[in-house]
Ligand binder design. Structure first.
Ligand code: APR
Length: 308
């Protein structure tokens, strides 16, 4: 991949640009923001770390979409973050305007790009990006599941005092309190978690993962998480750029899969050079399926609040 644009030079955007550069994933990174000077300053600062970090990626900051032209991938992080006491849905009205404007500019300048959406409420913003861009559904992907899963994996590893490397998990649903961690698919080196931890402990860990974003917001007070979110974005970018065909939970446009239609929701997908190569349909229990459908309905309710 030659050129990746990151829209929003705030905490998530700038950290994403840094991680992309340090992982040698592209020849050029463009960081764009509405605030003058911020993307230029942060991009130059990241670029100046290249002789020490040993990457040849060029990193440029700008306020003009013409500089982003013909990007292969665009990561949208523009928008307001949460404050303590706010849910992601409270960001809807402010961020929909921003994501609409950003997506229009991105689609005009990079019509072939794969879009990764990070701005919250994530699933609704992915819908906005899909509709405004007019891109095919395989090219508009929301980042949430990997982050929610990473949090859950860490909490499981911590509870068992084992390496995070050995913990696999799958968290589905919308990126909110109704997300659906799948206990059946949570394993430690292939051993089902139910054989290793009592049920009440698992439930506590699930609840902590559900509220993982709020836990960080409550500490930070003036912003929301960005180290783990940027890691999650870059894992998606890596899978697409290297055509790895990785199976990862992402927010995607569903058209009947899992009995859910016309809404963005987190499900396992195969990520490769075309973006979403395939949506993986798991054999969920009726309880899990109901939870997933309820979570999708939460997203649908928010989509209905939009004026398009
Ligand atoms: N175009 C480009 N950039 C914009 C626009 C716009 N129309 N509107 C706002 N921005 C920029 C802001 O100027 C700011 O630099 O988006 C950036 C957001 O950065 P932060 O406030 O640091 O927020 P961050 O923590 O990065 O979160 C961004 O990602 O995880 C989500 O919920 C989070 O919606 C939030 C988004």
């Amino acid at each position: 991949m030659k050129k990746i644009t990151v829209v929003g030079a705030g905490n998530v955007g700038a950290t994403t640009a840094q991680r992309l550069a340090e992982k040698h994933l592209t020849e050029e990174i463009i960081l764009i923001d509405i605030i003058e000077g911020t993307p230029q300053g942060k991009a130059l600062d990241i670029w100046e770390s290249s002789p020490v970090e040993l990457f040849d990626t060029k990193v440029h900051g700008t306020n003009s979409y013409s500089d982003t032209a013909n990007s292969d991938m665009v990561i949208i992080t523009a928008g307001l973050p949460r404050k303590p006491g706010m849910s992601r849905d409270d960001l809807l009205a402010a961020n929909v305007k921003i994501v609409k404007e950003v997506t229009q500019n991105v689609a005009d300048n990079s019509p072939q790009a794969i879009l990764i959406i990070v701005s919250n409420p994530l699933d609704v913003m992915s819908y906005v990006a899909l509709k405004v861009s007019g891109f095919e559904k395989n090219r508009v992907i929301g980042m949430a599941g990997i982050l929610d899963t990473a949090r859950f994996r860490l909490f499981v590893a911590e509870a068992l005092n084992v390496s995070v490397n050995d913990v696999s998990a799958m968290v589905l649903g919308g990126h909110g309190d109704s997300m659906v961690p799948l206990t059946k698919y949570t394993t430690v080196s292939g051993i089902p978690i139910i054989e290793l931890l009592p049920e009440d402990t698992i439930i506590k860990l699930i609840n902590r993962a559900r509220k993982g974003g709020a836990e960080i917001v409550n500490y930070l007070k003036t912003g929301s998480a960005f180290y783990a979110p940027s890691s999650a974005v870059v894992e998606m970018a890596d899978a697409i750029i290297k055509n790895r065909n990785r199976i990862l939970p992402c927010s995607v446009w569903l058209e009947g899969e899992y009995g859910i239609n016309g809404v963005f929701c987190g499900v396992p997908v195969k990520l490769g050079s075309n973006g979403i190569e395939q949506i993986i349909q798991l054999n969920l229990s009726s309880k899990e399926l109901e939870a997933l459908k309820n979570s999708a309905e939460d997203v649908r309710r928010n989509i209905r609040k939009l004026n398009f």
